[in-house]
Design a protein around this ligand. Structure first.
Ligand SMILES: [Zn+2]
Length: 160
C-alpha cells in the first residue's frame, strides 16, 4: 500500500457484520459475479461448460460496521481480507453453514468486539458506497478466526 495515497490505516473494533449476505457466486475462471440461482446459466464471458461442477465458486463479500476512536462506519470486506476473519474460504464456510444453521450470524457475534488494524482504500468504482478493506491484521495475539470457534462450538453441542 505504500505510495497509495488513497489508503488509510487505522485501529478499529468490529461492531457488527451483516450476516444476511456474506458471499456471492463467481465464475471460477474469470471471477466475474454469477447470478445467485443454481439453475442459472454459467458465465457468459467464458462460456464454461454448465455441467462442470468446478465452474463456479464463492467469494466473501462482507459489510462490516467498525468503530475507531472517532467514528463508526461501514466498510466492505472482500474475499482476501474476509478470509483472515473467517479462517476459511467462502465455499468452505457455505458448506459448513449448510449443516450448521445460524453459522453466519454466530460468526458475526464471535468477531464482534475484536480489534483490528485495517487498511482501507477508496473504491475504484467512484459510485461505490463504502471504503473497502485492503488488509486486516488482528491486534489480539490470541485471535482465532470465526470458523475455528464455530467448529468447536458445534462439536461441543453434538457431544453434549
Ligand atoms: Zn467466466
Amino acid at each position: 500500500m505504500e505510495g497509495d495515497k488513497k489508503a488509510t490505516t487505522l485501529m478499529c473494533a468490529v461492531l457488527a457484520i451483516d450476516h444476511t449476505s456474506i458471499s456471492y457466486r463467481v465464475c471460477s475462471a474469470c471471477e466475474r459475479p454469477l447470478p445467485d440461482i443454481p439453475s442459472s446459466p454459467l458465465c457468459k464471458f467464458c462460456n464454461l461448460n454448465p455441467s462442470s461442477s468446478s465452474s463456479s465458486k464463492r467469494l466473501f463479500r462482507l459489510l462490516v460496521s467498525i468503530a475507531t476512536d472517532k467514528k463508526v462506519f461501514t466498510v466492505i470486506c472482500f474475499d482476501r481480507a474476509a478470509r483472515v476473519l473467517f479462517g476459511c474460504s467462502a465455499d468452505e464456510f457455505f458448506d459448513f453453514a449448510k449443516f450448521h444453521p445460524f453459522s453466519a450470524g454466530n460468526a458475526g457475534k464471535i468477531l464482534e468486539g475484536e480489534m483490528f488494524k485495517m487498511t482501507l482504500s477508496k473504491p475504484k468504482n467512484g459510485n461505490a458506497q463504502h471504503l473497502r478493506v485492503a488488509s486486516v491484521i488482528p491486534l489480539n495475539s490470541g485471535f482465532r478466526p470465526a470458523i475455528e470457534t464455530l467448529r468447536e462450538l458445534y462439536r461441543a453441542r453434538v457431544g453434549s
